[in-house]
Write a protein that binds this ligand. Structure first.
Ligand code: FES
Length: 106
């Protein structure tokens, strides 16, 4: 699967992710700027917040209760497309994803 990360300044980077890995894991493994992931993927920090490109939002599973609560404390404004990138796995139906990195995470 391909994941494209778009920075606030518009810079784009597309990475090939391992099937089953998360958008957060792929970002951390490749030093993508702006994904902090303080809690390491436990849906406990909201520093892996991303805005999923509207074109792709319907392909993703719904926000869980825990994710919903954490998103409420994200540093950047919450939008309808806000997700925790540690809760987004790629592979299967999600063979391509574009996410926008917020301007701040802490
Ligand atoms: Fe902490 Fe995603 S890494 S909530």
């Amino acid at each position: 699967p391909n994941i494209t990360y778009v920075q606030p300044d518009g810079a784009r980077r597309t990475l090939v992710a391992a099937a089953g890995s998360t958008v957060m894991q792929t970002a951390i493994a490749n030093d993508v700027a702006g994904i902090v992931a303080e809690c390491g993927g436990s849906a406990m920090c909201a520093t892996c917040h991303v805005y999923v490109d509207p074109e792709y939002i319907d392909r993703l599973p719904p926000v869980s209760e825990v994710e919903n609560e954490m998103l409420a404390s994200a540093a950047s404004e919450r939008r309808e497309t806000s997700r925790l990138s540690c809760q987004l796995s790629v592979g299967g139906d999600v063979d391509e994803l574009v996410v926008h990195v917020p301007s701040c995470q802490v």
